[in-house]
Design a protein around this ligand. Structure first.
Ligand SMILES: Cc1ncc(COP(=O)(O)O)c(C=O)c1O
Length: 463
């Protein structure tokens, strides 16, 4: 253990970790990061196989994002977002709304004309992290329902296996007990829909068909219909809940049901959005266009360079807050770093990059390679089950191995020796690399995974 790592363990409390583990598997000293690569003080280079908690969509050190950051820092780094506005902020909101409303990239590309286009989502509330974005959406839903004259609509529905952040409210609508168990006494009850149409990906014959699960889901919603303010869900990809894939056909079904019952839909695209699942938003995988009432994004929105999150909302919701100040109907939510100007400048540069046809082509090509390579890798070990994937995310579960060992952690440790940073979710292995990864790097990533697996569970049988 280096002196720096020893000093780090004296002072730094790592996120989402048992600190005792850190003595056995010490933190890595990073000295540089470029593209998909992390460079360590001991000279090792690791592929960032999970895009640094899923946010480095365009990789580390992207020159266009850094240029935007530097330019903005020269003008001003940040100013209070209450009572001020600026060029970059207005452009980002206009572009983000066009993107969220399903307009083609030409409508939100760098060269797109200024101004707002019509669409269901018509305003943007900015914040600085994903949990806060979801919390804002939950608060807006409750307050809007009350201001529409339905104060009894105070409950939320959510999906089993969902994850929406770390605040008490977002834990309440999530379903990752590992993270939320100590706080159960503070959490509010939410209707958790069980029996989801889980699928393996676009090759699954029932990918675009949730008809067999829908009646049971609808039956769970029915008794609560008059009390629900909103239903919150991760479209298609449930990230922290185990990289599970849900039939995109669930989305139009939820939309029709919500419209019929006066319930708002909150789509959490924080992990699934910005090209991860193929289209710019995972919700666009639905068999017919579906828009939520509130849409949350973060992570890839600012490429993991500078914190930013956004909630796009419908005009109807916006109007629920529109009145004289004395009415008490204002949305009086604020965070210091709301609409941070550096994050905004980077997000505009992210949109510039991802709107370019060459980027979409690159992602399509790499997604096909990644999915094929992952399936090949998983075929080699019978204990790798539940192989699934879409776009630039793929996963499987390690099954049937002896109890009492933290297999995922062992594979993670072996991966560090073999050149990949993977951090499995329990015994769920997955890849979620920066979208800028190239073909050679995908091959390197898979080979490193394979060597790590061989170290822990032995070479593939028959070889
Ligand atoms: C779907 C989803 N929602 C919300 C969050 C919370 O975002 P943050 O970590 O920025 O608070 C995450 C984070 O992983 C996420 O994956």
């Amino acid at each position: 253990m280096s002196d720096l790592v020893r000093r780090s363990l004296e002072v730094f409390f790592h996120p989402c970790a048992q600190m005792q583990d850190m003595h056995d598997l010490p933190p890595l000293e990073v000295v540089a990061a470029q593209g998909v690569w992390l460079e360590l003080a001991d000279g090792r280079r690791l592929i960032d196989g999970i895009a640094s908690w899923w946010c480095k969509s365009l990789g580390h050190g992207h020159p266009r994002l850094l240029a935007a950051l530097q330019q903005q820092a020269q003008d001003f780094e940040h100013v209070i977002a209450a009572n001020t506005t600026h060029q970059g902020l207005v452009r980002l909101c206009e572009r983000l709304l066009a993107l969220a409303n399903g307009q083609p990239p030409t409508a939100w590309a760098a060269a797109a004309p200024a101004g707002k286009l019509p669409g269901r989502l018509s305003r943007v509330f900015l914040a600085d992290n994903g949990s806060t974005a979801v919390e804002i959406a939950l608060k807006m839903a409750i307050q809007a329902q009350a201001q529409w004259g339905a104060p009894q609509r105070r409950a939320f529905a959510c999906l089993a296996g969902g994850y929406h952040g770390e605040s008490i409210a977002t834990l309440s609508v999530g379903n990752c007990d590992l993270y939320s168990a100590p706080f159960r006494s503070l959490m509010f009850p939410a209707l958790r829909l069980e029996g989801l149409p889980l699928r393996t990906g676009p090759d699954d014959p029932r990918w675009l068909d949730a008809s067999s699960e829908w009646p049971a889901l609808e039956a769970q919603l029915k008794p609560q219909a008059d009390h629900l303010a909103a239903l919150v869900y991760e479209p298609v990809l449930q990230g922290a809940g185990g990289m599970r894939l849900i039939s995109p056909d669930l989305l139009p079904r939820l939309r029709s049901w919500a419209d019929a019952h006066g319930v708002l839909l909150i789509a959490d695209e924080i992990a699934s959005g910005f090209g991860r699942c193929g289209p710019v938003l995972a919700g666009q995988l639905a068999p017919r266009p579906v828009l939520p009432d509130l849409l949350c994004c973060s992570k890839g929105l600012s490429g993991g360079v500078s914190p930013l999150s956004a909630v796009c909302l419908s005009e109807e919701i916006y109007q629920a807050f529109w009145d004289r100040y004395e009415s008490g109907k204002s949305f009086l939510h604020s965070n210091t770093w709301t609409a941070h100007a550096l994050g905004i400048s980077v997000a505009n540069a992210v949109l510039d990059v991802i709107a370019e046809p060459a980027f979409e082509e690159h992602c399509q090509g790499m997604a096909a390679l990644l999915q094929a390579a992952w399936r090949d890798l998983c075929r080699s070990w019978p204990c790798l089950q539940g192989v699934r994937g879409v776009g630039m995310v793929a996963a499987c579960d390690m099954c049937g191995l002896a109890d009492g060992r933290r297999w995922g952690r062992e594979v993670f440790r072996a991966g560090l020796a073999e050149g990949v940073f993977m951090r499995p979710l329990g015994n769920t292995l997955y890849v979620f690399p920066p979208l800028v990864i190239n073909a050679e790097e995908i091959e390197q990533l898979m080979r490193a995974y394979g060597r790590a697996l061989s170290r822990v569970i032995g070479p593939p049988p028959g070889r």
